[in-house]
Design a protein around this ligand. Structure first.
Ligand SMILES: Nc1ncnc2c1ncn2[C@@H]1O[C@H](COP(=O)(O)OP(=O)(O)OP(=O)(O)O)[C@@H](O)[C@H]1O
Ligand SMILES: [Mg+2]
Length: 244
């Protein structure tokens, strides 16, 4: 379980996050939704400390960190061990094949043997029906394929939590559907995922809980179905402006 307490992020001219209190349960999918500029990416990246919050507590299972203090390098690494991250723009190693994109992190960072890393990578590709892509380079893949490889690359590290920031927003609808299928699969396998998405149909279908961030504050935190049936005018206004 991950928990943030009174998490704030101040920029000189802007309070991006204001005293956020949210729990992200293990083995569940949490969707972070909200208007552009509301603080979704800042919240997501505060969890793995890509963004340094100004104050608050970050709790990951037994680990509890005061974010108002200077954190040591080893504390930051300790936090990051729990997470795999997939960004909006695919960021594969362009000089490596798909297979080696999947083995690089496990070998170099997790110090897993080459044979074991290859075995794991082949298993992942097979599991998602992508074996035939193993020997291709990223430039030989479609955008949707690249993004699916990026997700598998994060999974190859066997993170406790998968963080995804609008993983499909750079894709056209057909490719988006391919990527969402992979995420739906993962959600069904009870992967612990936190996904920032503007795709409300996907959020409704896949997320166990919704965190609605509105102007740097939590506007809703609860069950998915209750969010979509909410009579709160602000939520209705937001949902009314979204396409499904
Ligand atoms: N480095 C920065 N300096 C100053 N302000 C920033 C910085 N990074 C983000 N912000 C501001 O913080 C707020 C939250 O940004 P954030 O990227 O978290 O929004 P978001 O909800 O992810 O938006 P989007 O849906 O457009 O991706 C925005 O108002 C943004 O302009
Ligand atoms: Mg964002």
């Amino acid at each position: 379980m991950i928990k943030v307490e009174n998490l704030s992020k101040k920029y000189p001219d802007k309070d991006a996050l204001k005293e956020i209190n949210v729990t992200f349960p293990a083995e569940e999918t949490t969707a972070i939704v909200g208007p552009s500029g509301s603080g979704k990416s800042t919240l997501l990246q505060s969890l793995n400390l890509l963004e340094r919050p100004t104050s608050g507590q970050l709790i990951i299972d037994d680990l509890s960190l005061d974010l108002g203090q200077n954190l040591s390098k080893s504390q930051v690494l300790e936090v990051r061990k729990h997470f795999g991250m997939v960004f909006q723009e695919k960021a594969l190693f362009t000089h490596l094949t798909v297979l080696h994109n999947l083995t690089e992190g496990p070998i170099k960072v997790r110090k897993i043997s080459k044979d074991q890393a290859l075995k794991k990578a082949e298993e992942l590709l097979a599991q998602f029906g992508m074996e035939e892509l193993a020997d291709r380079y990223p430039y030989q893949l479609s955008g949707g394929q690249q993004q699916r490889v990026a997700i598998l690359r994060a999974l190859a590290m066997e993170p406790q939590y998968l963080l995804l920031d609008e993983p499909t927003s750079a894709l056209d609808p057909e490719l988006e559907a391919q990527v969402l299928r992979v995420l739906r699969d993962l959600a069904q396998k009870e992967t612990s995922m936190i996904v920032v998405t503007h795709n409300m149909a996907f959020a409704r279908q896949v997320a166990d809980k919704i965190v609605f961030i509105d102007n740097g504050a939590v506007g809703y935190d609860g069950k998915t179905e209750d969010f979509f049936n909410s009579t709160d005018p602000r939520i209705q206004q937001f949902l009314g402006a979204m396409t499904f």
